[in-house]
Design a protein around this ligand. Sequence first.
Ligand code: GDP
Length: 299
Amino acid sequence: PEQRLNFLGRTRQLFSRLGNTVQETDTITDDLWDELEESLLAADVGPGTTDWLIERLRQRVEEEHMRTGSQVQRALREELASLLGPSSSLRFAKQSPLTVILVIGVNGSGKTTSIAKMAYRLSREGQKVLLAAGDTFRAAAIDQLKEWGERVGVPVISQHPNSDPGAVVYDAIQAAQTRGSDVLIVDTAGRLHTKFNLMEELKKINKVIQKFIPDGPHELLMVIDATTGQNALLQARKFAEDIGLTGVIITKMDSTAKGGFAFAVADDLGVPIKFIGTGEKVENLIPFDPQSFVTALFA
Ligand code: GDP
């Protein structure tokens, strides 16, 4: 798996350099903490999480009587891994034959691409997948999802632009049941800035799903663009609080030096990172494994 994390390019350079610097330190001085802080911020770990990490490490150095850089380096990797929490794969239905995954994210975050990538991956794993074009606000969003559906060989249930997303989802669940689908992935509106509308829309969609599956969708995933970093996080936090997010997908990890953003996401939102997007191709979606992520960063 570390091999497959080679795309971490610029983020990895940052962490790997940091790792070496810490490792080669003879005595643990304030300079070391300054340097650590600078590097973590440069990698977009974010001010809050960076402060917490450094405080935690300083405390451990004292309590555990650490003397060498390599001890600190090991502690740093441990703390980074524990920030990410345990590895968490997609939750599948236990009570019903159909798993429903709702996906939200601002326009441009890589939502449609990520849905297609998930559909592709699940199909390859033998699941019968169906997509629902629940972002009815933009005609282009419907077309784009259909195009992706064709490309990955997965059918898409859609209606006309501006139709009711709840009705699309109703159709889609019925279609899924008729066709014997295993997984339904629902695209939703990308206008997150009008938060209230989206919340109302999600509530309606949830109600429709609950007609078929009393516990509601099995996953509610938010797609977050790593290159927009801390700003995106602010927005994501509001949603995480209000709608019961079950996980995030961080996209564009290949095109940023700010992959440390993953730590801020995990720390801040308190939901697991399920996948990371590592390119524009349909195969470029990797299930997120905290341990191998940290290992790859320092490789
Ligand atoms: P949406 O508006 O949120 O549905 O965004 P799209 O799925 O259309 O993606 C917006 C742009 O980001 C497209 O050009 C995608 O190819 C690109 N994109 C999506 N995910 C990734 C990724 O993981 N890496 C890179 N480099 N580009 C991505």
